[in-house]
Write a protein that binds this ligand. Sequence first.
Ligand code: ATP
Ligand code: MG
Length: 349
Amino acid sequence: MRSVSGGGHSEEVRLALQSVLDRHGLLRGEAVLAAPTRVLTRSNVYFLGDSTAPGVCRWVVKESRGGAAQADLVESLTAFEQFSALQRLHDHFADLDEPFGVPRPIAVLPGLDAFAMSYIPGVQVSRLLRPRTVLRPERALAACSSSGALLSRLHQADRQEVVAVDTRRRADHILGLDAAGTLPGSLRHILEQLPRRTLRAPAVRLHGDFAPVNVIIGEDGGTFTFDIDHKIVDTPEHDIARFLVMLQTDRLFTMAVDAPAVERLRQRLERAFLDGYQAPRSADIVLHLEVVEQLLRRWTTRRQLLTATGTGRLKRGALDRRFATLLADYGLRLADAGGLGREPFAHAG
Ligand SMILES: Nc1ncnc2c1ncn2[C@@H]1O[C@H](COP(=O)(O)OP(=O)(O)OP(=O)(O)O)[C@@H](O)[C@H]1O
Ligand SMILES: [Mg+2]
């Protein structure tokens, strides 16, 4: 039998999973590692299968690594919390009986800060963003559309009351985040001019990290998401903006900043995702503010990373151009949505 490299607590995890699966009568042979363990920032992820079908992934075990937090995300949850969220959502999607879902929760593994779930064979939406997608966008468009639909269903799992959004406060918050003064001048000006409006917006329990990398188009054609917090309650735009920001700052778009065909693709993918989302949303201005805030945070994180790894000027320049272009674009939409008109700002800064 081919042996797969371990890492983390592979042997403890293997034995714990084996005893759980045995108890449920789900194993024919022994539990074995089926793919290399991924040691990530916040977690170790193990891929396991049955020794009677070597190399076939059937289960994933996710173990929390306390302490290591990702700067643009909130503190990571314990395995128990993640498992509970998965159970809640798995039940919700089972009731809907649509081609959307989450991995099947198996168990929290005793003695470890880890839980097991089913492995979903398929392709991550982030992997559909390739240079060839520019010429053949159909799969990526369909994936963005079903990602939007999936997210809207997830948001309906636990509907909350409405919340009030104060546009002026949100704008001030973003300006406060930009201590380094990286925002394009035109956008800064728009944020400063944005009138105070208090909007009633829907509130939902958020996925927490709804990025293209955390969505899989399954081999069976369904759309699935994992890496879910399902803890914080906020406007749906928080998750929607995360997907859009991660999509639009993908390598494909940072490499080819000014190509019109790539720019068109970006806009079509965004549209497909938003059209796919079929649940109540806030006024557009809330989404634009959210995207601007998340872009700014991500730009800061990415810059720090590039500086820390000593990446060359050229690459940093491309990254800066990408973020500045996106921020300016969302600035114009913000001006429209805020009733400011484009003319005075379009060419400023
Ligand atoms: N149930 C699953 N089915 C198929 N692949 C999975 C599954 N769970 C995780 N993976 C794979 O493992 C990778 C890492 O898992 P996950 O996204 O949960 O961890 P992470 O990004 O490190 O999360 P966090 O940021 O919370 O630490 C995923 O990108 C995906 O490729
Ligand atoms: Mg992930």
